[in-house]
Each structure stands twice: as structure tokens, then as C-alpha cells.
Write a protein that binds this ligand. Structure first.
Ligand SMILES: *Cc1c(COP(=O)(O)O)cnc(C)c1O
Length: 460
């Protein structure tokens, strides 16, 4: 008996029951606990020897796994910067698995062309101008890795080295950043530059924003012939933006590669009144953005943009004769880490088609308004205080009373099952973060969150 063949023969019935379950999950997720904070390990279980077929596997998923999942697609999961999933993106993701294209080289399907189209749409939506090309990645960490690897290749070339073929050898490269995302530490280690090559640029006092005159001093003092500056367009706690106009100018002067981590901050460019925050970003050499955050596309999905696709290509390209199928379009495996690649463009294509630029502009404005409302409530609350003013979609706060433990209050908030928030650090002080980036969040949810915060402060 071939179980796989049996399942295929029965695919219509299976698909119907899984679709029904999925619709119900999507419709009811807001009524379930937002997080499963006490999660016992599953009972030890040996691997199936002969298999049970898809129906039984699905029954077991429903019984043993589904009840222990977070409601991260729901409206009150405000941990990290999570984002949800739009209906069209969800279907796009299903379809991507259904058709299972390998977007490695062009020549056998339209999938490479669709990824290029989606990148062009995204560049237009973010008002990046026409100079940027890119590639879809598994997230912002891998986009940051591409930024550092491409910057490293550039920095090598300024020293007469082709790092992609010769290795790091004599290369001397330093990275300058003020308040990088934690992933940058991982990335510098992957890139063989080492965490010690990361030079800390001071921040402007009381902010997470780079002190640009201090950067100028450091660049001036540096004896490294290769320089990479990593700027932030939206830090995770304060949502601060570096002054990209000034940083771009300095990078030109010192022949430094400028990589901008704009994992979620890039979305502020959808709102013309907020575009000033990231002014100058068009002069960056490379940019990171995430789709699985504010674009509300399922994990995992990120974007890497660069104005120097040839340098990216020299960094990533491997030429093997069996991979060369056609010259008409670029092979996207020559622009990224993976060779075999998922049809990650399809959920993005679906959601951009379905809701358009305006739909996303509305989403960004709605989420920022919700963050402002929560911040206004906190600023009036006797129990909590804001760490910094709310500029975008993130609210950071802590209990007013110093004798109250921030992690304990956070645990009480999360144990309510009504909302999920995550911890942060603001200028060395523990705090709680609430990040709004889900299309499903409504003003009623903000009220619920305020009620939960109030209860967590008064209960002992
Ligand atoms: C989320 C985030 C990252 C890491 O992104 P992943 O998608 O989790 O890899 C990097 N930088 C910033 C600014 C982020 O917000």
C-alpha cells in the first residue's frame, strides 16, 4: 500500500478538511489565548515506522500541536515586531507550496520574473528610486548578512582584493554602527570579520540615534582601508532613525559602504508625512527590509536591496555549467545565500495585488495611530511610564514604581492570554515593548490592552 498515492487520490477530501480548519483558525484566533506561556514538552515518541497517512497525521496535529500554538497571527500579539498574515498572502503561501517552484535559475518557469517584478513593486512602494535591485531572503538577518558580505567584497576591492576568490587574507575591514540590531553581531561573525571589527559609534544622548560627528571622528581615525557603516532606519526599541542624509555624505567622503537596516522602518516611507525620517536612504549601498513583519506575509520572508547588483553577484555567484540554462534573466541564486529557493515572491505578489500600495499605507497609519493611543494612555497612567516618546509603531514603557519588577509585570500581562508583549532594554534599563504591525489590530484591541495593563499593575 502506497500511502502517498492514497493521499493523492484522496486530496480533495483532505484539502477540504484542512481548508475548513484553517478558515476556522483564522476566524477564531482572536478568541484563543495569545500565547501559550507554560508549554510542557511533548511526550517522547518514536518515529513512525510505516506511516499513518495524511488524515491521521492531521488529526494528531489538531489534537497535540494546534492547542499549543501562539496566536501570533491574531490582533493582540505585540511581541518583537511580528506582523500577521493577510488572507491573500496566506493563499499565496499555500500556492507557493502547491506549485513548489525552485527559483534558482530562470528557464523553466515564470517564477524568476515574478520575483524581479515583486522587487520592483516593493522598491516603488518604498519610493527608493530606480537604482535598486535585489533579492528575496529568509528574513532581515540574512538580508543583513548579504549587506555585510557585499560591503566586504566592495571593501576588499578598494584594497585590490577579490575576497570572494582570495578569502579575507590581508583585508583590513572595520564596521561602524551605533545601535545595530542584535543580528549584526551574528552576521559579522559569519562574515569572518569578527565581532571585534564592529566599532561602536556613540548615540546622541537619550536616544538610539547615531551621533554623526562622532562617526566622522571614528572614520577619520580609522586606519582600515575597508570601511562599512551600518545605519538604522528604525531601531527595535526606540524606533530611532539615523540621519541618513548626513551618514550618506560621510560614507561617500570616506569611501565606506553604507548598509541600512530598515527591517520594519522602511514601511514609514509609505506615509509621505513620515518620509523625512528616512530621507537620504536612496543614497545607501544596500538596504534590509522584512516582509514577514509589516507586510504581513507568512514567515520567513525578507528583502535585500542594493544599488550594486554586480558586486552582489561577484559575492554570491558560482558558475557551474549544469546551472547555466539561459541568459535572459539573472539567476537569483547568484544574488543570495541559497541555491535552491522557495517561490517566496508569490505571497508578496498576491498581497500587493490584492491590497495595493494604499492598503499598506492605511495599515501603517492605523498601526502607528494605535501605538500613539497606547502611549497616550500610558503617559497618563499612574502605574506605568514611557521610556521614550512614541514615534512609529512601538511603545516602550515600564512600571513607574521602582520596587515593582518589570519582568514580573510582563509575565502577568502575558499570562492573561489576552495580549503578548516582549521585554526590551532602553538605555540600559529593563522595559516592556508593544509593537503594532498586524493588519487585524483594531482600536478595541488597544482598549483591551490598557485593561490588561491596569489589571497587571494592581494585582499582586
Ligand atoms: C527583526 C529585525 C531584524 C532581524 O530580522 P529577522 O527577520 O528576525 O531575521 C533585524 N533588524 C531589525 C531592525 C529588525 O527589526
Amino acid at each position: 500500500m502506497n500511502l502517498m498515492k492514497q493521499d493523492l487520490d484522496n486530496i480533495d477530501t483532505l484539502a477540504n478538511s484542512i481548508t475548513r480548519w484553517s478558515s476556522k483558525f483564522q476566524l477564531e484566533v482572536g478568541q484563543h489565548p495569545v500565547a501559550v506561556t507554560h508549554n510542557p514538552l511533548p511526550a517522547a515518541e518514536a518515529i513512525e515506522q510505516n506511516g499513518v497517512g495524511a488524515k491521521t497525521a492531521f488529526d494528531e496535529f489538531r489534537k497535540n500541536i494546534a492547542p499549543k500554538l501562539s496566536g501570533s497571527v491574531g490582533p493582540r500579539y505585540l511581541g518583537f515586531v511580528t506582523g500577521g498574515v493577510t488572507p491573500a498572502a496566506l493563499f499565496g503561501d499555500w500556492l507557493a507550496a502547491t506549485v513548489d517552484q525552485n527559483v534558482m535559475v530562470p528557464g523553466d518557469s515564470i517564477s524568476t520574473a515574478i520575483e524581479l517584478q515583486v522587487l520592483q513593486w516593493l522598491g516603488e512602494m518604498f519610493a527608493l528610486g530606480h537604482d535598486f535591485e535585489g533579492v528575496l531572503t529568509s528574513g532581515a538577518t540574512s538580508a543583513n548578512l548579504l549587506g555585510i558580505l557585499t560591503g566586504r567584497q566592495f571593501a576588499g576591492e578598494t584594497q585590490g582584493l577579490d575576497i570572494a576568490s582570495e578569502g579575507l587574507g590581508r583585508a583590513h575591514i572595520e564596521i561602524f554602527s551605533a545601535c545595530p540590531h542584535a543580528s549584526l553581531r551574528k552576521v559579522t561573525s559569519f562574515a569572518g570579520l569578527g565581532r571585534e571589527s564592529l566599532k561602536q559609534v556613540p548615540c546622541i544622548t537619550g536616544t538610539e540615534q547615531m551621533d554623526v560627528p562622532a562617526l566622522a571622528k571614528l572614520l577619520n581615525l580609522s586606519t582600515a582601508p575597508g570601511k562599512i557603516v551600518v545605519a538604522s532606519a528604525g531601531t527595535v526599541t526606540g524606533t530611532d532613525f539615523d540621519d541618513l542624509l548626513a551618514v550618506t555624505k560621510l560614507c561617500k567622503e570616506f569611501n565606506a559602504w553604507l548598509h541600512v537596516d530598515a527591517a520594519f522602518g522602511l514601511f514609514s516611507r509609505l506615509v509621505p508625512e513620515m518620509r523625512g525620517l528616512s530621507e537620504g536612504i536612496n543614497g545607501a549601498d544596500s538596504i534590509t527590509c522584512d516582509s514577514h513583519k509589516w507586510l504581513n506575509v507568512p514567515y520567513d520572508s525578507g528583502i535585500f536591496f542594493t544599488r550594486h547588483p554586480q558586486i552582489l553577484n561577484r559575492t554570491c555567484s558560482v558558475s557551474a555549467p549544469y546551472l547555466k540554462v539561459t541568459d535572459e534573466l539573472p539567476a537569483l541564486m547568484d544574488r543570495g545565500i541559497e541555491n535552491s529557493r522557495r517561490f517566496r515572491a508569490l505571497p508578496i505578489w498576491m498581497t500587493l495585488k490584492a491590497y495595493g500600495k494604499q492598503g499598506y499605507k492605511n495599515l501603517v497609519q492605523r498601526n502607528c495611530g494605535q501605538a500613539k493611543r497606547l502611549a497616550a494612555w500610558i503617559s497618563k497612567s499612574p502605574d506605568y511610564q514611557l521610556m521614550t516618546s512614541c514615534k512609529l509603531n512601538v511603545v516602550t514603557f515600564r512600571p513607574t514604581n521602582d520596587s515593582v519588577s518589570t519582568p514580573e509585570v510582563l509575565a502577568k500581562i502575558n499570562n492573561s492570554g489576552l495580549v503578548y508583549l516582549t521585554p526590551g532594554m532602553w538605555l540600559g534599563q529593563e522595559c516592556i515593548r508593544a509593537a503594532f504591525s498586524n493588519w487585524r489590530t483594531e482600536s478595541g484591541d488597544v482598549e483591551t490592552i490598557c485593561e490588561v495593563l491596569e489589571a497587571a499593575a494592581s494585582a499582586d
